[in-house]
Design a protein around this ligand. Structure first.
Ligand code: PEP
Ligand code: MN
Length: 338
């Protein structure tokens, strides 16, 4: 970290600041300019905040050299992390994970049918929300525990691990028992108590990007989970909010190489919420595979027009099968497989 003091800072203030930083266990290298003093802090500065340092009346500028995250940081963990989800391995060098299923679990029969259909088309994992974070309190809120039990049934029937969204700490025991991959939704990416709680879980976590979150904020949320004891985190980009209205969100495709450069964790893409329109899902999914995504999570429904949520962005099984066929070709072109 590079700290620049204000012009003509009195010597006693310079010395006070040096002993403050040395008190944090850091070494302070000083460049004495004609009017300026610049400190180069050597050591682990992840626990320091730029804003707190700038609160000192004699500090004029603070520049980070080291990222504020450590456990997620590729610099300290150069090899790729592979996350095991109920026997399916997700991460660099592994087949691209294909996760598919309805936005919301709507019933036992409906779920089992779509689960079998997407499995036939190539899916390796089943998604389905039982607790739904809806914008309106009057919209369908999910089947709750019943929905989780239907997911469990579909898992037994198809053998596919299941992913579902956890919205509150009081359901942790249920998820620990019945869900293979615990989804933290975009709206809860910065729910720090929930992040700490899933950090204590044994199940892997799918951490969606908040709709207005910077990449660094998103990585810091993963850091929360890992710092609390759970190293099995998979990032999921689902588009961010921009001024654009032709899509529901804007997919930030550059996050794939950025997450891979900055962290050692896998990243998957959700082209359904990123576009909000089923006809855009396939091209965007193919772009994600080309850019190096470790998986795709795609909303599918047997009768999208009658879906209880997100029908407009849901693929019918045939369209999902078509996507899988083309994704296999793209994957091969970039040295991966499905
Ligand atoms: C979902 O996966 O159905 C969902 C609500 O996603 P997000 O949190 O990305 O909006
Ligand atoms: Mn949805």
């Amino acid at each position: 970290m590079i700290i620049t003091l204000k012009k003509d800072t009195p010597q006693k203030e310079v010395e006070r600041l040096i002993s403050q930083f040395e008190g944090y266990g850091l070494r302070v290298n000083i460049i004495h300019g004609q009017n300026w003093n610049v400190f180069g802090l050597v050591g682990d500065t992840t626990h320091l905040s730029e804003r707190d340092i700038l609160a000192d009346e004699w500090v004029t500028n603070v520049q980070r050299v080291q990222a504020p995250y450590k456990l997620t940081n590729r610099m300290f963990h150069p090899e790729d992390t592979v996350v095991d989800v109920g026997g399916i391995k997700i991460g660099a060098g592994q087949p691209i994970a294909l996760i598919a299923g309805p936005c919301a679990v709507e019933g036992d029969e409906e779920l089992c049918r779509i689960a079998e259909d997407v499995k036939k088309a190539g899916a390796t994992m089943l998604r389905g929300g039982a607790y739904k974070p809806r914008t309106s309190p009057y919209s369908f809120q999910g089947l709750g525990t019943k929905g989780i039990m239907y997911l469990d049934h579909a898992r037994q029937l198809t053998g596919m691990p299941v992913v579902s969204e956890l919205m509150s700490e009081d359901k942790i025991d249920e998820f620990e028992k019945y869900v293979d991959l615990v989804q933290i939704g975009a709206r809860n990416m910065q729910n720090y108590n929930l992040l700490k709680a899933v950090g204590k879980m044994k199940k892997p976590v799918l951490l969606k990007r908040g709709m207005s979150a910077t990449i660094e904020e998103w990585i810091m949320s993963a850091e929360y989970i890992i710092a609390n004891g759970n190293p099995n985190v998979i990032f999921c980009e689902r588009g961010i909010r921009t001024f654009e209205k032709y899509t529901r969100n804007t997919l930030d495709i550059a996050v794939i190489p950025i997450i891979k450069e900055k962290t050692h964790l896998p990243i998957i893409i959700d082209p359904s919420h990123a576009t909000g329109n089923w006809s855009l899902v396939k091209p965007v999914a193919l772009a994600a595979v080309a850019a190096g995504a470790d998986g795709l999570i795609i909303e599918c429904h047997n009768d999208p027009a009658k879906a209880w949520s997100d029908g407009m962005q849901s693929l019918k099984p045939d369209n999902f099968a078509d996507l899988v066929r083309d994704a296999a070709k793209v994957a091969e072109a970039v040295g991966r497989s499905l």
